[in-house]
Design a protein around this ligand. Sequence first.
Ligand code: NDP
Length: 329
Amino acid sequence: MSETFKALLVEKTDSGQTASEKELNLSDLMEGDVLVDVSHSTVNYKDGLALTGAAPVVRHWPMVPGIDFAGTVLKSSSSEFKTGDQVVLNGWGVGETHWGGYAERAQVKSDWLIKLPDAFTPAQAMAIGTAGYTAMLCVMALEDHGVTPEQGPVLVTGAAGGVGSVAVALLSKLGFDVHAVTGRVSETSYLQALGAKEILPREDFAGDPRPLGKELWAGAVDVAGSKVLANVISQMKYGGTVAACGLAAGMDLPTSVAPFILRGVTLAGIDSVMCPKPRREQAWARLAKDLDISKLEAMSHTLKLHDLTAVGEEILAGKVRGRIIVEID
Ligand code: NDP
């Protein structure tokens, strides 16, 4: 086994940070009981923050970003994994406090890994990535709160992004009438191909929300937060549920209690990073069953490690469509 490996390393400088490809040694890796030969990673919104430094998600320097990866176990001192097992990792602070997926090697805790589902190749698992697994957690939250297609249409915000694209594809496959909110109406045919019935411009959700609007949605998946989420909450039908996972529009939430106390609306918070392992495994099993692979292919494209420095800015600017797979080797 080679003692060196290639990685994208983010380092602090006097004026901020730099990201560049480096040759590192296995002995540089952080502690972990499983060594993985990483074949694929991906670019999520949070990776954009780490690559650019736009928000302080990196909390250990230098850092190998990449909040998720798929690969093959090279060495393991855990009884749960053996050499040759194919594995997937999402979250747990990887790419933030622990070296992540933008490298040929990763050394992590076995508790953080799950087995790659048989339904997916490593590249497909990373086409899904943390964004797609989060979309599945959002859909599961709607189901947990009893949202069914018979109750009316569901809404997905940031629909042309990573979480949004997978959420549209999943909800339409499950028989929901999906309305997609996007700032890029030019992506109408893309969103329709994923299964969206109606495309709504983001401006419709950008104004100051009324405490209670017209009752439109039985369920919603929101990646935006801020006024967008506040408008969505005010438009929920009686007893509806919003799964909130993101902050693409902002961290704030200028809403009132009216939709909660007068319409019994539920705001379900979604966290993928520390989500317990059984729920993760359930989400990946559901992705294997409920995600149409041809739609996954239509929503993803592949980049190499050396392409990543530019893509950080693009994803934060909302310019990336669907999902990016990062081919490591
Ligand atoms: P993407 O950049 O791929 O998608 C975000 C989408 O949001 C954009 O494509 C755009 O879609 C829309 N958008 C961008 N800017 C704004 C804005 N100002 N107002 C409203 N909508 C906007 O990111 P991801 O899909 O990877 O992540 C989406 C969000 O979910 C991020 O905030 C991320 O941090 C969060 N997230 C949270 C997780 C969790 O565990 N809670 C896990 C994964 C992601 P369009 O052009 O169609 O409008």
